[in-house]
Design a protein around this ligand. Structure first.
Ligand SMILES: *Cc1c(COP(=O)(O)O)cnc(C)c1O
Length: 375
């Protein structure tokens, strides 16, 4: 059994993917061109925003926004404590200060009440200027964007939705990657919509921002690549990746999103009496980048993971360490007691095999090992 079975997906779409890649090679048009343009249009349409700007990966997608918004030393950016390193890294990379915020114990996403408390703390201290909130759609579940938007309005902050794991999710029919002033996603192979290497995208309805991002990602280009009006970077999605994504986006829309939700329902039906299963609030749809259960304590979690491994069932711990405890952020003074929920989650979460090609039989065999073990 695979944790995320990319081979099964390739087997199903081999003819389409091979011919899409072959076409790029035959046309020898490896950067930009029709594959990238088509993909950007389709992604923007699916998500429901005006502009999609593809780039090299999900981390650079966020960095490009930090550049576009001129986030720098002295600025405070609010980031959940329970996320992948990237979300905080891009803040420090700009010389700004990441303010980590504890998460909600049910959704694992940034806690809006604690967020507002942290904003007020920064304002009261008066050393940093609050600028941006980066809610993460963790494990595929959209953050509480409705509450976050209210807070952002109250304090005049920008919102960057980090939907690296969230592509395909929605709140009352409004899709992930359409919240905030801008949103980003990642096409890293194991994400809900993955390519065959690195890739990323930015989404926004702001035409000026879109234009600025399109310049920043190509060496700060003006009229063309050799007319440079600002300092930028080189961050493009290459045509072969775009060609692969055009095939995979169709599969994602046609059945993959529904299939991960089928797996979710089956797991949850069988596990909900035994362990804490994912909580999907009313009106929310998750794209299940991960299916994550909670155990009683670290001993139980680690022992169950060892048992699954014995039975050749892969599982992962996302994440073993809260952001505020990462060595890279040692220069900042975080108070460990502010992160009660994240500290607990790092000890108790376990992500089970989850992907659109997981059979009911495989789900049942995972469930059986867990049920047996916890009995
Ligand atoms: C994967 C991920 C990123 C970074 O994406 P890359 O394409 O790997 O750079 C950022 N944020 C979160 C929450 C992620 O899971």
């Amino acid at each position: 059994m695979e944790f995320r079975d990319l081979k099964a997906q390739y087997d199903k779409y081999k003819i389409e993917i091979d011919s899409a890649i072959q076409e790029v090679i035959s046309n020898t048009n490896f950067i930009g061109g029709k594959e990238v343009n088509t993909l950007e249009q389709r992604l923007a349409e699916y998500v429901g925003v005006k502009y999609c700007i593809t780039c090299a990966n999900g981390t650079e997608a966020m960095t490009l926004l930090m550049m576009a918004w001129d986030i720098k030393e002295g600025d405070a950016v609010f980031v959940p404590d329970f996320t992948f390193f990237s979300t905080g890294e891009i803040v420090s990379f700009r010389g700004a200060t990441p303010i980590f915020v504890d998460v909600d114990r049910d959704t694992f996403n940034i806690d809006p009440i604690k967020l507002e408390k942290e904003i007020n703390k920064v304002l009261k201290e008066g050393k940093l200027t609050p600028k941006v909130i980066i809610p993460v759609d963790l494990f595929g579940l959209p953050a509480d964007h409705i509450e976050i938007e209210k807070i952002a309005k109250t304090y005049s902050l920008r919102v960057l939705e980090d939907a690296a794991q969230g592509f395909g999710g929605s709140i009352n029919g409004k899709r992930a990657c359409s919240f905030g002033d801008a949103a980003t996603t990642s096409f890293f192979p194991a994400k809900p919509l993955g390519c065959y290497g690195d890739g990323g995208a930015i989404f926004t309805n702001d035409s000026e921002l879109a234009e600025l991002l399109n310049s920043l990602k190509v060496h700060g280009k003006g009229d063309n690549k050799y007319d440079n009006v600002r300092i930028g970077v080189n961050s493009r999605l290459d045509s072969i990746q775009a060609a692969v994504l055009n095939v995979k986006l169709t599969a994602f829309i046609e059945h993959e999103l529904e299939d991960v939700n089928r797996v979710y329902r089956l797991y949850t039906e069988k596990l909900k009496e035994i362990v804490d299963t994912p909580i999907i609030p009313e009106g929310y749809v998750s794209s299940f980048a991960q299916y994550t259960i909670k155990l009683k304590n670290k001993e139980e979690r680690d022992a169950l993971q060892a048992k699954l491994k014995e039975e050749s069932i892969p599982s992962m711990v996302y994440y073993t360490k809260p952001m505020h405890k990462q060595g890279a952020f040692a220069e900042y003074d975080y108070d460990d007691s502010d992160f009660e929920v994240t500290n607990g989650l790092c000890d108790t979460v376990l992500s089970l095999p989850m992907h659109p090609y997981l059979s009911d039989k495989d789900v049942n065999s995972v469930v059986e090992v867990i049920a047996d073990y916890l009995k």
